[in-house]
Design a protein around this ligand. Structure first.
Ligand code: SAH
Length: 460
C-alpha cells in the first residue's frame, strides 16, 4: 500500500493554502467543509474564494509565498500556477515535517486527497495513489449511486446510541453482534425512514433481551476442493463476519486469508493417521466457542456432508440448542473432475456415479465389491491413495476389466493439479513412479477416456 488512508480531524486546526485560482478554490471548499482554520496565501484572489473565506471565517493573506507562512500549520496545500513556487512549498513543508499536497503533482505530495463520498459523519474515500484520478472518480460515482443519502443519518444515530449500548453490553463480541443485527435489520430501516424515535424504542427492547446471556452461532461451511474461486457467496459472507475460524489441512490458505482480519484462526489439523485434534475435541470446541457468544465458522474441505463428518459436528451443537447453519460446498469429485476434463456422467459411458470411501481400516477395505461391477457407472474413491492397490485388485477380481480407464487426480483444482491417467491394471505402477502428494482422488470408468480430449488449457 503506497498511501495509508486515514481520516484527519481538521476542525479548528490551522491549514495553509498557497494559491487562489479555481483549483485552489476547490481545495479551499473541501478544507472549509472539514472545519479547518484556513489561511490563503496569494497576491490575488478570485471573488468566489474571497466570499467563501468571508462566509467561513478564513483569512486571505495578500502576499507572495514565504517559508514563514508554513509556521504553526497542521497541513499545507499548494495550488499556484507557478511550478517553482509549488515545489518550494513542498520542500519547505518537508523540512518542517508538515504534510503537504501539491495539487496534480503526486511526486510533490506527502499526502493526497482521495475522491470522497460524503454522507457525514460517514465518509468513503477512494484513491488510486495518484495513478488514475479518473478511475477513482468513476468508482466514487458508482458508490454515490448505491449509498442512500440517509446513511449519514444512520451513522449519526448510531453514534448517539453508542454509549448506551456499551453500558448495557460491556463485552466486546456480543456488542458487535448486537450492532451488526441493528445495522442489518429493522432498527436501521426505521432510522433510514426517518423514525428515529421508534428505532430508539426498538433498540431499548433489544438491549433488555441482550442482558440475558447471548449465545453465538456456528456455521459449518464447505470451502470447496481448493481453488478459492470455487467458494460460494454465502461461504464468503459468513467467513467475513465470523469471529473465529476453524479449519483443517484440506482448506486452502487463500480461503482462510479471506476471514476478517481480527478473526481468531484455529487450525484443527487432520492428516491421515495424525489427527491433530481428535474429532470429539473439535465437536466440543465448537460448542464452547458458541457458548462464549462467538460466531464460529468451521471450514470443511469440499462439501461438509460428503465424507466430512459434518453430521457429527452438528449433532453436539443441536444437543446444546446452539443455532447453526450448514453451507454446501463443491465436493472434490465435482471440482477435480471438472478441472481435469472428466465428466462424471456421460450419455455414452456412464449413467450413474458413485462416491466411495477408499481408506483402509486395519489394512483392509470393507466393501461389498460385487456392487461395483457395473461398467456404466463411474466410481470416485475419496481417501484412496494408500488403498489404491487393494481397490484396483478387488475391482478386477469382481468383474471390472483390467483395461478400465482410471485416473488419480492430485491436488485437484489447485494450480498444482496433476492427473495420472492409466487403467486398473497400470495405475498402481504409474502412481508408484509419480509419487503424488495428498490430497488425491481416484476416478474409475470409461469417462476417464475423455480426459485427453476435454481437458482445457492449463489443466493437469
Ligand atoms: N468433504 C470433502 C472430502 C473429505 S475426505 C469433499 O467433499 O471433497 C478427504 C478426501 O477428499 C481426500 O483424501 C481426497 O480423496 C479428497 N479431496 C479433497 N480435496 C481434494 C483435492 N483438492 N484434490 C483431490 N482430492 C481431494
Amino acid at each position: 500500500m503506497e498511501y495509508l488512508p486515514i481520516s484527519l480531524r481538521l476542525k479548528d486546526e490551522p491549514v495553509v493554502l498557497v494559491g487562489a485560482g479555481t483549483v485552489a478554490t476547490r481545495k479551499a471548499r473541501l478544507l472549509l467543509r472539514a472545519g479547518a482554520n484556513l489561511t490563503v496565501v496569494a497576491p490575488e484572489i478570485t471573488p468566489e474564494l474571497e466570499t467563501l473565506l468571508v462566509g467561513h471565517g478564513g483569512i486571505w493573506q495578500p502576499s507572495a509565498y514565504r517559508e514563514s507562512d508554513l509556521h504553526g500549520q497542521k497541513l499545507a496545500v499548494a495550488a499556484t500556477p507557478d511550478r517553482a513556487t509549488n515545489e518550494q512549498v513542498y520542500r519547505d513543508a518537508c523540512a518542517l515535517n508538515i504534510p503537504v499536497n501539491v495539487v496534480d503533482a503526486p511526486q510533490f505530495c506527502t499526502f493526497i486527497f482521495p475522491s470522497i463520498v460524503d454522507r457525514s459523519p460517514l465518509t468513503v474515500a477512494i484513491s488510486s495513489a495518484g495513478r488514475s484520478p479518473v478511475l477513482a472518480r468513476f468508482l466514487r460515482r458508482r458508490i454515490e449511486a448505491t449509498l442512500p443519502a440517509a446513511y449519514g443519518r444512520l451513522a449519526e444515530w448510531a453514534g448517539r446510541m453508542r454509549q448506551r449500548v456499551k453500558q448495557h453490553v460491556p463485552a466486546e463480541t456480543p456488542r458487535r453482534l448486537l450492532w451488526e443485527s441493528v445495522i442489518e435489520g429493522g432498527i436501521a430501516e426505521q432510522v433510514l425512514a426517518g423514525n428515529e424515535q421508534r428505532a430508539e424504542e426498538m433498540l431499548a427492547t433489544r438491549l433488555q433481551e441482550a442482558g440475558e446471556a447471548a449465545c453465538g452461532e456456528v456455521y459449518l461451511v464447505g470451502a470447496g476442493p481448493g481453488d478459492p474461486d470455487l467458494l460460494t457467496f454465502k461461504a464468503l459472507r459468513l467467513l467475513q463476519s465470523a469471529d473465529t475460524v476453524l479449519y483443517d489441512r484440506l482448506v486452502s490458505p487463500g480461503i482462510v486469508d479471506m476471514a476478517r482480519r481480527d478473526a481468531e484462526r484455529i487450525y484443527v489439523g487432520k492428516r491421515r493417521a495424525d489427527h491433530s485434534l481428535p474429532q470429539q475435541d473439535i465437536n466440543r470446541l465448537l460448542v464452547d466457542l458458541a457458548l462464549q457468544g462467538k460466531r464460529v465458522i468451521r471450514l470443511k474441505g469440499g462439501d461438509p456432508f460428503i465424507f466430512g463428518r459434518g453430521g457429527e459436528e452438528i449433532e453436539l451443537l443441536a444437543a446444546h440448542g446452539i443455532p447453526f447453519q450448514v453451507v454446501p460446498g463443491i465436493t472434490a469429485a465435482s471440482g477435480a473432475a471438472c478441472y481435469a476434463g472428466i465428466p462424471l456422467t456421460h450419455r455414452d459411458y456412464a449413467q450413474s456415479v458413485r462416491f466411495v470411501a477408499g481408506h483402509l481400516k486395519d489394512g483392509k477395505l470393507e466393501h461389498d465389491w460385487s456392487r461395483f461391477e457395473a461398467t456404466n457407472e463411474t466410481l470416485v474413491f475419496y481417501m484412496g491413495l494408500v488403498g489404491l492397490p487393494v481397490i484396483c485388485a478387488q475391482l478386477q477380481a469382481h468383474g471390472r476389466p483390467g483395461s478400465t480407464p482410471a485416473a488419480l487426480i492430485e491436488r485437484g483444482t489447485l494450480a498444482e493439479q496433476r492427473v495420472i491417467a492409466g487403467t486398473l491394471s497400470t495405475l498402481v505402477d504409474l502412481v508408484e513412479r509419480e509419487q503424488p502428494r495428498a490430497p488425491t482422488l481416484l476416478i474409475i470408468g470409461d469417462v476417464v477416456r475423455l480426459h485427453d480430449r476435454l481437458r482445457w488449457f492449463g489443466a493437469g
